[in-house]
Design a protein around this ligand. Structure first.
Ligand SMILES: *[C@@H]1O[C@H](CO)[C@@H](O)[C@H](O)[C@H]1NC(C)=O
Ligand SMILES: *[C@@H]1O[C@H](CO)[C@@H](O)[C@H](O)[C@H]1NC(C)=O
Ligand SMILES: *[C@@H]1O[C@H](CO)[C@@H](O)[C@H](O)[C@H]1NC(C)=O
Length: 300
């Protein structure tokens, strides 16, 4: 039974065919240097929610192509459950914090000695709402952490207060849209609904103790290989890019409001600007200037 053979989120490995995945990785890597250069105590744990941009092996082997080649061939050297030939966002951020990449929730029983690094609840193919993969959506992922905190006392609120929380949303909620034949007003209404739910999730993580919460913006959806294939990878779909820009604008407003409402004067929430990062890599055809694209990491 291969329930997940049609996982919608293969972005990283597909991009490898188009440009150079190492370029994106090094771009993110230089971004993470910004994370550690800020003052204040460095977070000691990393908790992760989201999709394949952050999943480090939560989907069981028999159900996911992420356990097959060419995934994992450059890191860790063989397929290991990541939807990438190498590292994903989670790994880079953990590295910048000087900790091991947090153990995937699914493997927690085997990784007890790694619990002190935090835990990864991200599942490839998922969204804030249910998608076409039968896996925990973001609300359910947060439920899983809550159970570990309240039921099993694996983590305390204090743990979360000294952690970084990464929330990665690459757009699986939207993969369904075009195939479902949504009109523009329907799509805009759905984007509003997705961002509203995402904002509720962010607020909930703060209420549970999160004090440093980073959320990704959407990459230019219309420049993903699956959208540019028809033009031999030359033409981005501007309609889909506009949808991503609209999502990002609403996210920016939501995060501004959350920060305004949050505890003390500290900026709890920050946006990891994947839109700019991806665009820069695409515009430079994989050749990077070395400058970091993400400049809004002020809270870490
Ligand atoms: C761009 O994407 C939209 C929405 O997915 C789709 O309806 C449209 O046909 C695409 N345009 C092109 C030129 O492929
Ligand atoms: C995805 O599309 C299917 C069929 O068009 C629809 O039944 C389902 O509700 C959609 N899922 C979401 C999350 O919109
Ligand atoms: C920020 O908070 C203040 C005081 O609670 C409120 O008056 C103001 O409208 C808020 N601004 C935004 C952008 O939410």
């Amino acid at each position: 039974m291969n329930l997940l053979k049609s996982l919608p989120c293969y972005f990283f490995i597909l991009i490898h065919l188009l440009i150079n995945v190492y370029a994106i990785n090094s771009e993110l890597s230089s971004t993470q240097n910004v994370l550690i250069s800020k003052q204040g105590p460095k977070p000691t744990k990393l908790f992760v929610f989201g999709d394949s941009y952050a999943d480090t092996g939560n989907i069981v082997k028999s159900h996911s192509p992420s356990w097959k080649q060419p995934y994992g061939i450059t890191f860790p050297g063989k397929p290991a459950g990541r939807f990438s030939d190498g590292r994903v966002l989670t790994d880079y951020i953990a590295k910048s914090l000087g900790i091991h990449s947090p153990v995937p929730y699914q493997w927690r029983k085997y990784g007890r000695h790694h619990w002190h690094n935090g835990m990864n609840f991200a599942f490839g193919g998922t969204g804030v709402f249910n998608t076409d993969v039968p896996l925990p959506n973001m609300t359910t992922q947060i439920d899983l952490l809550e159970k570990l905190m309240l039921g099993e006392s694996v983590y305390s609120k204090t743990d979360l207060q000294s952690s970084l929380v990464l929330v990665a949303l690459a757009g699986n909620d939207y993969s369904n849209l075009s195939t479902a034949g949504g009109t523009i007003p329907e799509i805009m209404a759905f984007i509003t609904k997705v961002v509203n739910q995402l904002a509720l999730n962010l607020k909930r993580i703060e209420t549970m103790g999160g004090r440093k919460i980073a959320v990704t913006s959407l990459q230019p959806l219309g420049c993903l290989p699956r959208e540019t294939m028809d033009s031999a990878f030359h033409q981005c779909n501007e309609t889909e890019n506009t949808a991503a820009i609209f999502h990002n604008l609403l996210l920016q407003q939501a995060v501004a409001k959350l920060n305004n409402d949050s505890y003390g004067s500290k900026q709890v929430f920050t946006i990891l600007d994947l839109y700019t990062s991806f665009n820069k890599v695409i515009e430079n055809r994989g050749i990077l200037s070395g400058a970091s694209c993400i400049s809004s990491i002020d809270i870490i």
